[in-house]
Design a protein around this ligand. Structure first.
Ligand code: KG4
Ligand code: ZN
Length: 352
């Protein structure tokens, strides 16, 4: 089965063709990230306007790269949530229209679950992708860390899962983005913090680890602690505006703050993963979502865990169509989420 996946939940527009949920024939992603950089975060109207322009060319690219005609496609999978309403609408309305005009089954996908299913793509005809050597084994522990979600989910099998814990406030990626903004580093914050942190001392500042329920997370206190630390280092009071702070900090101070923040944020996650592995003895751990691209996270997981860890190729960690095409393939196999192309709606607040 060849599935065309369409993803447009945030600032990326992705389309891809994946065979049987495991073999990637193409992946095309158009990003409006550079347009948002000057605002320090995603502006929904700008994202949706660009998505409207690029979605058809992105789908055309994906079909062309896969050397597929419409008759070679068995179904269309699309992200219905969670995400920005205006962005989701572009993908869903496009997918509905194509499902009707091309007479294909339509599959409604959950974006966060899509991130997990990026780990089931184990082969590709495309160059420059580093694929996992084997598919993850059940029971598996999914560590989902993105700009909008941070959660630990235990999967007994496909579509049979239980959420062990989730963030009670900010997502980890959001904390990376906000700390980067505070330090005057470019959006998106994850890659810029981790690059900058290389020059800093991760043990210079002791930042707090939130004490939440066993598997829940909280990153908003850490973000505030970074703000207070930065104000302290800049020698200003707690009401000094955060957007003017970076001018008052030296490069060395900023690098030490970035490194100390990253160290605590990643260690918080790794601690909870170790606890969950001990309690539930999964056969594999999969990392999912944009923050799974983080080098320190990947290194610490490999160092501290002795069981197989699956990590998607960096290009499949952040939002893309291939993860949705892969999820769609598995949903089709398990007959989950088949949707009516005349009535499918978006679900901006969809949770797992
Ligand atoms: O999964 P994703 O592309 O979008 C959402 O579904 O939210 O994740 C985007 C998030 C952003 O917050 C970005 O700063 C973060 O992933 N991110 C990283 C890295 N690359 C992207 N965070 C830490 N380290 C990275 N290398
Ligand atoms: Zn995402």
């Amino acid at each position: 089965m060849r599935i065309l996946g369409i993803e447009s939940s945030c600032d990326e527009t992705g389309a891809a063709v994946v065979e049987d949920g495991t073999y990637m024939l193409s992946s095309s992603v158009a990003s409006s990230m550079s347009l948002h950089a000057q605002y320090g975060g995603v502006v929904p109207e700008i994202a949706a306007r660009m998505q409207l322009e690029v979605i058809i060319p992105t789908i055309d690219n994906a079909l062309k790269q896969a050397a597929c005609q419409w008759q070679d496609i068995d179904a269309i999978a699309v992200t219905v949530g969670a995400g920005l309403g205006s962005s989701l609408l572009i993908g869903v309305m496009t997918a509905r229209t194509l499902a009707i005009t091309q007479n294909k089954p339509l599959i409604a996908c959950n974006h966060v679950l899509g991130h997990v299913y990026a780990n089931f793509i184990s082969g590709t005809s495309l160059p420059d992708y580093l694929m996992p050597k084997q598919a993850p084994e059940f029971p598996l522990l999914a560590v989902i860390l993105s700009g909008g979600h941070s959660q630990l989910v235990l999967f007994e099998d496909h579509f049979n899962y239980r959420i062990l814990g989730r963030t009670q406030d900010d997502a980890i990626g959001e904390a990376f983005d906000k700390v980067a903004k505070l330090l005057g580093l470019p959006y998106p914050g994850g890659p810029s913090i981790s690059a900058f942190a290389l020059k800093g001392d991760a043990l210079r500042f002791k930042l707090p680890k939130a004490k939440m329920g066993k598997y829940d997370f909280s990153f908003s206190g850490l973000k505030t602690a970074v703000l207070r630390l930065a104000q302290d280092q800049a020698g200003v009071s707690y009401d000094f505006p955060s957007f003017q702070l970076s001018e008052r900090l030296s490069e060395a101070q900023k690098a030490d703050i970035a490194a100390s923040f990253q160290h605590v944020a990643i260690e918080t996650v790794v601690d909870k993963v170790l606890l969950a592995v001990e309690q539930y003895s999964p056969k594999s751990v999969v990392l999912a979502g944009g923050v799974a691209a983080n080098t320190l996270l990947r290194q610490s997981m490999h160092q501290k865990l002795s069981l197989p860890i699956n990590v998607p190729d960096l290009k499949l960690c952040t939002d893309n169509g291939a993860m949705i095409a892969a999820l769609g393939g598995w949903q089709l196999r398990y007959q989950k989420g088949l949707a009516d192309p005349y009535s499918l709606t978006i679900s901006p607040n969809l949770s797992m």
